[in-house]
Design a protein around this ligand. Structure first.
Ligand SMILES: Cc1cc2nc3c(=O)[nH]c(=O)nc-3n(C[C@H](O)[C@H](O)[C@H](O)COP(=O)(O)OP(=O)(O)OC[C@H]3O[C@@H](n4cnc5c(N)ncnc54)[C@H](O)[C@@H]3O)c2cc1C
Length: 489
């Protein structure tokens, strides 16, 4: 067959229509409007899908689910085990214990990329196919419950027949999206940790700025890449109490370590003569660690480290404790309480974003609105699932709030006491409800209840003895914490 060549005829050119001219306002409604498709929004939606027949709209300004994990540095991992992270209906872990690296011997920790893929699949394979969830990515939720698309400008009026679920309260700040608050002179190289993996030439040295988990990750990663510790300067405005990861292993093979630590916490609380004495006891019991045993920490943010990571961090001896950075000039760094030298060849690593800023707590269940917060210390996704379960299965907001005392976002060591007290209160009230006991026993994100249940099944006397220690110290320990907190106040 003979093919005739198409003849290119000139066509009258037509201007592209501007988006503004086709902007349409529309209305979408559902039982719940969930603002934020981060870990908390996803964990909430997942449990609500299981425990109710509600419809939902999930709206987020990012292009895919996972929240701040989408902007994380490439070497980020969870610092707590994957086994209790994510959503209730779907495992994030593969049941492995790490064999190599600085987490060897402990439960696996998902990478940032794995977390993003997990939430993306959850949205595409479970939430959307349910037919009960609508998802508006790249959309800003604003005044009057209008979602504005960042791509098309279309403004969608969202109507919640039941409640708006506001998961934006955590306001997570990461270096890639939260630039340094101090001025940086022209020519100074100051990068987010995200840029470290893209460097094309070595720096004269590295200056890690920050005291939190991101700074720890950056410091450890530089050492793992073979950087000489003497060429690293670590500006650490505060030192932190850190959780020992070996005691944070919610899986039955680690029962003695994990419940042994819970028992040791309560025994330390019971026997403490002061807040300072409490922290010394927790350290001696192996629950808490600090990088430098000669410095009294003034920070506690639930960061979890392995002993192998700790040993690495201790290799860096040039630690600057002169407060926060006020400015970086080409030859010196100006701090609140002094000055240290630097050079244009140095790479300054900005790890000073606030992470999870401290906010005043507020009731979780409000009139027509749910504001998920931690209901178990430093457990954002368990807490979101628990709040969703309580929303789906209990009656009035008063009843629900009574079961959900928010646990503070920690910042200082004294917050360790506050978190223990809110946990004690919530655990006690949950234990009074047969329905909640049953839910917790089967909740993937809980893990602790299932571990306790297995002690009876396995008739393991050494585990039963640990539980006896824990329950024996619980009431006097809690009572003592309450008094220590009062005296500190
Ligand atoms: C580096 C790092 C490591 C961590 N490791 C762990 C760990 O190991 N274990 C653990 O339990 N926790 C960990 N956390 C805590 C972590 O913050 C939580 O696990 C969780 O990811 C927080 O989720 P989120 O949904 O509250 O917040 P975000 O991830 O911040 O999600 C909120 C979402 O809301 C959206 N949003 C906000 N405002 C609007 C608006 N007006 N309109 C539309 N969308 C909006 C944002 O775009 C965002 O996607 C870690 C945190 C960091 C920073």
């Amino acid at each position: 067959m003979q093919l005739t060549q198409p003849v290119n005829k000139p066509v009258a050119s037509k201007p592209c229509r501007t988006q503004g001219t086709r902007m349409t306002d529309r209305t979408l409604d559902a039982d719940y409007v969930i603002v934020g498709a981060g870990a908390v929004g996803m964990a909430f939606a997942d449990t609500l899908l299981t425990d109710s027949d509600a419809t939902m709209i999930v709206v987020d300004r990012r292009h895919r689910p996972g929240g701040h994990w989408n902007d994380a540095y490439p070497f980020v991992r969870l610092h707590g085990p994957s086994v209790v992270y994510g959503v209730n209906s779907r495992a994030l872990d593969s049941g492995r214990i790490d064999e190599i690296g600085l987490n060897a011997g402990l439960l696996e920790l998902a990478t940032g990329a794995e977390i993003c893929a997990y939430f993306d699949q959850l949205m595409r394979q479970r939430l959307l196919p349910s037919g009960r969830v609508q998802y508006l990515p790249l959309s800003d939720f604003g005044a009057d419950n209008v979602a504005s698309s960042r791509m098309t400008g279309v403004r969608t009026q969202l109507r919640a027949k039941k409640k708006i679920v506001d998961t934006t309260i955590a306001d997570t700040r990461v270096p890639a999206t939260d630039p340094p608050k101090f001025p940086i002179a022209p020519g100074v190289r100051c990068v987010a940790p995200n840029e470290l993996a893209k460097l094309d030439a070595p720096g004269a040295g590295f200056v890690v700025i920050g005291a939190g988990k991101t700074a720890m990750d950056a410091a450890v990663w530089l050492l793992e890449q073979g950087v000489d510790p003497d060429t690293i300067c670590w500006i650490r405005p505060r030192d932190a109490w850190l959780l020992n990861r070996a005691t944070q292993q919610p899986s039955y093979e680690f029962f003695a370590d994990t419940f042994g630590a819970l028992a040791a916490e309560m025994e330390a609380a019971r026997d403490a003569s002061s807040v300072d004495d409490l922290f010394m006891r927790l350290e001696r019991a192996g629950v808490l660690r600090r990088i430098d045993p000669t410095v009294t920490p003034s920070m506690y943010r639930c960061a979890i480290v392995s002993d192998a990571e700790l040993q690495q961090m201790r290799r860096i001896s040039n630690v600057v404790r002169l407060g926060h950075v006020a400015a970086i000039e080409s030859e010196r760094i100006v701090l609140e309480h002094g000055v240290v030298p630097t050079s244009p060849g140095h790479i300054h690593v900005h790890c000073s974003a606030d992470g999870i800023p401290r906010k005043p707590q507020q009731p979780i269940f409000q009139n027509g609105r749910i504001v998920p917060q931690y209901v178990r210390r430093c457990s954002p996704t368990f807490s979101a699932a628990m709040v969703a379960h309580i929303e789906a299965t209990f009656g009035s907001d008063e009843e629900k709030n009574a079961l959900c005392t928010p646990s503070p976002i920690p910042d200082e060591p004294i917050d360790w006491l506050r978190m223990q007290l809110s946990d004690a209160r919530n655990n006690y009230l949950w234990s009074k409800s047969a329905q909640l006991r049953q839910w917790l026993a089967s909740a993937r994100l809980d893990a602790f209840s299932a571990m306790i249940a297995r002690v009876d099944d396995d008739s393991a006397p050494e585990h039963a003895a640990i539980l006896e220690r824990y329950f024996g110290a619980l009431v006097p320990g809690t009572e003592r914490l309450r008094r220590l907190l009062q005296s500190a106040a």
